[in-house]
Design a binder for this molecule. Sequence first.
Ligand SMILES: [Zn+2]
Length: 163
Amino acid sequence: MPKALVLNATYEPLCVVSARRAVVLVLGEKAEMVRHDDRVLRSQYLTVPQPSVIRLRDFVKVPRRRRISPSRRAVFLRDEHTCQYCGSKAENIDHVIPRSKGGLHIWENVVASCRRCNGNKENRTPQEAGLRLRAKPKAPLPQTLIAALVGSMHPHWSEFLAV
Ligand SMILES: [Zn+2]
């Protein structure tokens, strides 16, 4: 199913909806079409270009520090499927400070890791296990999150997701 990126009135990316849902928003004058594909969507009464990016007419207030919990898929995308300790192919998600020691499931505390590093580390901190993180983990860019949520990126979206 084709998807459309939804922008706030301020052009801030908000979410991704189905192209059909985007058409409903545009026809209901809740949103305007910003980009569309060459394809069209047909209904009983009309034919409209298939939206790829729409913008809400009214500003929607979103909490400033809206946090999305790290999913396995998003962590792998952020870390490019690379073990953040040794650089080999990652198969596991590792909590840097183990959950048993109060480590939280937040972006700053989760990394992709290979089975070997994850196994060696067990319930220890990297320091205790003699492992070193290649980079400090942080919340991913919006485009990584959106790609993780929808599985792929429409080429029209990148200019609105660039940070
Ligand atoms: Zn490793």
